[in-house]
Design a protein around this ligand. Structure first.
Ligand SMILES: CC(=O)SCCNC(=O)CCNC(=O)[C@H](O)C(C)(C)COP(=O)(O)OP(=O)(O)OC[C@H]1O[C@@H](n2cnc3c(N)ncnc32)[C@H](O)[C@@H]1OP(=O)(O)O
Ligand SMILES: N[C@@H](CCO)C(=O)O
Length: 367
């Protein structure tokens, strides 16, 4: 599989939903496979909250491949021997596209809290502009999970003719208070951490030791990505062997797991990006700007595939099913399908249980 990382600079303003502008801005992206002559084999993959443009393949020295490597590659469900796949790091993130720690023009100071609030619709708009720059006006498919699924839904509504197929997984049409509440924990923990310094932190300060606010908040988030059943399976009631049951700070394996993943995460993810992206997720609502959800969905022309996971406790199956119900009731039955995957892993099943939906995805892409 041919893997390339690229960056594009845009000097025209990006007009944001908030009324503010981002100017200039950069987008970093990866591509896999080769674009054919008539540009008819392009698939856009959209990433989730902490994901990046590195969706597949491996660079020299990498311990792990990209986050959807099991799905994207030669002969895999998103077959890079046939398709040219693009994955773009969203604005607001911390992997190279313009985000809160980028430098403002012309002062060269970092934006920090001066960075504008961005929305999932803004992330999509920037990617549409990148596609135009690449000469791509028609996609074979758009596919993403979680916040990636939200982007796929926005693409379907805002750019109805751009893609033949749209696959939105483990997402919702509007973020519910339940999910906002988990994000509140991480946001509060970040801003109240003394190292945050009202956004004026030095990233070097937590490169080695981690950023406690982000670590603790991410633990709450991570709980919402699993389920009671997957935790039973992963850990049971196992205790860390070297810890005594009657030591106050002795740990269950599940506690060790949350510490490992929370503190590890806080060494490499930027706290301001986390604040801005969770804000974008919280205010996600595909009906904003329309009279109703029905009106927003009426714009859809693409073949829309909605996929939920049975025990997704963050974005629950009923939320995606509602999109199908509305579309069915207003004469769009032929455009929409809904598939509920029998899984008890939890929300992150879209990253882990690839064998449960690979064939489905391959079938859609073969149509
Ligand atoms: C599009 C995107 O969103 S990409 C971003 C994806 N990444 C994330 O969401 C970050 C959070 N990570 C995760 O949620 C998970 O690691 C996933 C979903 C990516 C993968 O899940 P799984 O393959 O089931 O891995 P699992 O959750 O068992 O293990 C994760 C880590 O915890 C470690 N771990 C497992 N059990 C324990 C334990 N008892 N104590 C300490 N650490 C543990 C694993 O060794 C692994 O470490 P590593 O990341 O250094 O390899
Ligand atoms: N665990 C994934 C999905 C969260 O919605 C992430 O961190 O991006």
């Amino acid at each position: 599989m041919k893997l390339e990382t690229k960056k594009e600079l845009f000097t025209n303003p990006l007009y944001l939903e908030s009324g503010r502008i981002l100017e200039p801005y950069e987008l970093v992206y990866e591509t896999y496979g080769e674009m054919n002559e008539d540009k008819s084999n392009v698939i856009l993959v959209t990433h989730a909250l902490s994901g990046s443009h590195h969706a597949a393949g491996r660079y020299d020295g990498d311990r792990k491949p990209g986050w959807w490597d099991g799905l994207i590659g030669d002969g895999k469900a998103i077959d890079t021997s046939r398709f040219f796949v693009i994955c773009v790091n969203v604005i607001g993130s911390c992997y190279g596209s313009t985000g809160p720690m980028s430098q403002m023009y012309p002062s060269q100071e970092r934006y920090r809290l001066k960075f504008p609030v961005i929305t999932v619709k803004d992330m999509v708009k920037a990617q549409r502009i990148l596609l135009s720059r690449l000469g791509v006006d028609q996609l074979h498919a758009i596919i993403g999970g979680s916040m990636g699924g939200m982007q796929a839904l926005h693409f379907a509504i805002e750019f109805p003719s751009i893609s033949k197929h749209t696959i939105a997984m483990a997402a919702t049409h509007a973020t519910r208070p339940w999910a906002i509440a988990f994000n509140k924990v991480v946001q509060e923990a970040i801003i109240k951490d003394p190292k945050f310094k009202n956004g004026n932190y030095d990233p070097e300060d937590f490169k080695d030791s981690g950023f406690t606010g982000l670590a603790v908040g991410r633990m709450a988030g991570h709980i919402s990505y699993l389920s009671p059943e997957s935790m039973d399976r992963k850990f049971g009631r196992a205790y860390v062997e070297t810890d005594g049951l009657f030591e106050l700070f002795g740990k269950f394996q599940v506690e060790r797991y949350l510490e490992y993943n929370g503190y590890g995460f806080s060494k490499w993810f930027d706290p301001l990006s986390y604040l801005y992206i969770t804000k974008a997720i919280n205010i996600f609502d595909i009906s904003r700007g329309y009279d109703s959800l029905d009106e927003a969905l009426k714009k859809i022309k693409t073949d829309l595939h909605l996929i939920s996971f049975k025990r997704d406790l963050l974005f629950m199956p009923e939320e995606m099913k509602e999109i199908k119900t509305v579309m069915d009731s207003q004469g769009q039955r032929d455009l929409v399908s809904y598939y509920e995957i029998d899984s008890d892993y939890g929300h992150d099943a879209f990253l882990v249980e690839l064998d449960k939906f690979s064939d489905y995805v391959a079938n859609v892409l073969n149509q």
